[in-house]
Design a protein around this ligand. Structure first.
Ligand code: MG
Length: 203
């Protein structure tokens, strides 16, 4: 499986990082080795001094497809969770400055903790799914799929023009505003609505 991540999908987050608001989705990938196994801590990597959290809704692809039309895209996923797109912001800034790809800042081992999945059809409206991140009991990020620039279906239609989607692939759909640095000893809890789907410690 692979992990596809959408960047700059919330206007307020694009602005907080001084990025332009995109007219097309921006995506990058993390390998399957970026998954953090359940119940494991996230170990702060030695190569960065500025690891940021980005809480995101994550959808799971349930069948193979390419060149998927937006109107059929809803048939390609039926589960949703939350994940953290850990980012080495210092390495990313240096890559951006040099015009280099972001992999060392985004695709490193265990940079993608993902929670338990819920059936997306249990939600009344897919375009209105609230989620939040608490660190050490304090709310750090709150988002809602209604504020995404590109919807789940638009993301699937766009990405599948370039990359075949396979059953089991995950799509991180972008982070709202409020990203920030994490510290050793932080305790993460990530929710969809009031349901806690992901919890881990930083060591
Ligand atoms: Mg992200």
């Amino acid at each position: 499986m692979k992990i596809i991540c959408i960047g700059r999908n919330y206007i307020a987050h694009a602005k907080e990082l001084n990025n332009p608001v995109p007219v097309q989705p921006v995506f990058f990938m993390k390998p399957d080795t970026a998954l953090l196994p359940p119940h494991n801590p996230f170990f702060y990597p030695a190569f960065s001094k500025d690891i940021h959290y980005e809480a995101e809704l994550v959808i799971k692809i349930n069948k193979n497809g390419r060149h998927i039309a937006e109107k059929f895209a809803h048939k390609y996923y039926d589960e949703i969770s939350v994940g953290i797109d850990f980012t080495a912001r210092d390495l990313q800034a240096s890559c951006k400055q040099k015009g280099l790809p972001w992999e060392i800042a985004k695709a490193f081992d265990f940079s993608a903790p993902v929670g338990n999945f819920l059936n997306i059809n249990d939600f009344e409206n897919k375009q209105n799914i609230p989620f939040s991140l608490k660190i050490n009991q304090e709310i750090r990020q709150e988002g809602n799929s209604k504020n995404m620039i590109f919807s789940f279906d638009q993301i699937i239609a766009y990405v599948s023009q370039f990359v075949t989607l396979r059953s089991g692939d995950l799509i991180f759909t972008g982070t709202p505003e409020g990203v920030g640095p994490t510290q050793i000893e932080d305790h993460f809890e990530v929710f969809v609505g009031t349901e806690k789907l992901l919890e881990f410690n930083v060591k």
